[in-house]
Design a protein around this ligand. Structure first.
Ligand code: DQA
Length: 146
């Protein structure tokens, strides 16, 4: 089975960016750990981080019929992007939404997500471990389906 991991804007700065909020792991560390974990579940993990909304949307379009599950941290696009929501709904691929920080404990503009009501589940506030929880959840969902 195929899983697509998507990370939105500024997550390329992980490890350097506000470490008191986002921790010290870099995105490369996160992706390396997840790729290894995916292998143990016999899942094929593809990853894209982009600061551009259209690149994320194009990647979602390309995933149509190819990818079984999406794990997405839309970063700031969470709170702004109807287009990402429409893309995810358009390809009809189930997805988990992940946030490293507890967005509900932060500024009020972070409390609303354009994706959460359509996500299978939302994980936030567990640091970068949230990605691992999401991948484990994907593995058990896909296992129950087959
Ligand atoms: C984030 C939370 C968003 O509000 C913020 O814009 C991000 C990262 C998180 O992972 O905690 O860039 O999605």
């Amino acid at each position: 089975c195929k899983v697509l991991l998507l990370n939105g804007p500024n997550l390329n700065l992980l490890g350097m960016r506000e470490p008191e909020i986002y921790g010290s792991q870099t995105l490369a560390d996160v992706v390396e750990d997840l790729t290894r974990l995916a292998e143990t579940f016999e899942l094929d993990l593809d990853h894209l981080q982009s600061n551009r909304e259209y690149e994320l949307i194009e990647k979602i379009h390309q995933a149509m019929g190819q990818v079984d599950y999406i794990i997405i941290n839309p970063a700031a696009f969470t709170h702004t992007s109807v287009a990402l929501r429409d893309a995810l709904l358009g390809v009809n691929i189930p997805f988990f939404e992940v946030h490293i920080s507890n967005v509900h404990a932060r500024e009020s503009f972070r409390h609303h997500s354009y994706l959460s009501d359509k996500a299978t589940g939302v994980i936030c506030g567990f640091g970068t471990q949230g990605y691992e929880f999401a991948l484990r959840a994907v593995a058990s969902k896909l296992k129950n389906e087959t």
